[in-house]
Design a protein around this ligand. Structure first.
Ligand code: NAP
Length: 265
């Protein structure tokens, strides 16, 4: 029997789901029937995101304000989501901080902030989420190419995201026997996000990055939402401890591919 691509009746908690890629994931999940709780620090932004989800999908959504660095706040948001929608079938951890700076200029405080939000935050969301989720829950961390590709100006993010990749695999190993799957998605550069705006502030920068991309286009938020839906639904029911790379081939590097690109199409 083939699995159905549906999230009908599932309850989802999306840390960092109040903007960008994660909001796209929340919308995709709501459209397929999940009741979604979106979480960010800014309460107004979170309320707006929940309203946007409801308006655009006709689904159910609720907003919580919490900082993933603060365990009490994360736990309160998890409890609130369970109270509203029932035990969590899906937990997404995607809150992140980023800025570009050469390693010599990153202060220990700046480095620690990124590690705290990305890595410790993900640990917190999953660790605390463990006691709020169903026995067959799917947990998904949003990682990045920086986890496996050293990138100048990104020492803090590279370290934090590499940690997330190992956290995913370790939790998958520990929690797999309990029925809980833990996976990651590594998005490439996503159009219309703050992340890409920081990476490529000018048109020349955009063209530079596009040349490095086998797909020759930036990703759309929907590309990442589709991957999250796959991992969250029964379609991905046997996938555990995987990092699903959804980057149009970015991680493959260019390696001079330009000279081999067919021009006669
Ligand atoms: P974004 O629009 O900046 O969204 C970040 C979300 O996280 C917001 O909801 C933000 O809300 C929340 N957040 C930030 N710090 C938080 C904290 N301490 N506690 C709780 N929530 C917090 O981000 P994005 O560019 O779409 O990226 C989303 C994810 O994809 C990140 O994990 C990022 O590393 C990854 N990624 C992005 C790209 C890209 O091209 N954009 C590429 C690869 C990977 P508040 O500000 O209100 O807290």
């Amino acid at each position: 029997m083939f699995a159905q691509n549906t999230l009908e009746g599932k309850s989802a908690f999306i840390a960092g789901g109040t903007s960008g890629i994660n909001l796209g994931i929340a919308k995709g999940m709501a459209q397929l029937g999940a009741r979604v709780a979106v979480v960010g620090r800014n309460p107004e932004k979170a309320e707006n995101a929940a309203r946007e989800i409801i308006d655009e999908t006709g689904g159910k959504a609720i907003a919580f304000s919490a900082d993933v660095r603060e365990p009490e706040q994360v736990d309160a948001a998890l409890s609130g989501a369970v109270k509203e929608f029932g035990a969590l079938n899906i937990i997404v951890s995607g809150a992140a901080g980023n800025f570009f700076a050469p390693a010599v200029s990153i202060t220990p405080k700046g480095f620690k902030t990124v590690v705290d939000i990305d890595l410790i935050g993900t640990y917190q969301v999953f660790h605390l989420g463990f006691s709020h989720c169903t026995d067959d829950a799917s947990m998904i961390a949003i990682t990045a190419p920086q986890a496996v590709m050293p990138m100048p100006g990104q020492a803090h993010v590279c370290a934090a995201k590499a940690g997330i990749n190992m956290l995913i695999k370790t939790l998958a190993l520990e929690w797999g026997p309990r029925g809980i799957r833990v996976n990651g998605i590594s998005p490439g550069a996503i159009d219309n996000t703050e992340g890409l705006d920081r990476l490529a502030p000018s048109e020349a920068d955009r063209q530079h990055w596009l040349k490095r991309l086998a797909a020759r286009r930036f990703a759309d938020k929907v590309d990442i939402a589709n991957a999250a839906i796959y991992l969250a639904s029964d379609l991905g029911g046997y996938v555990n401890g995987s990092i699903l790379t959804v980057d149009g081939g970015f991680e493959l590097g260019d390696a001079g591919a330009d000279c081999l690109t067919p021009t006669d199409r």
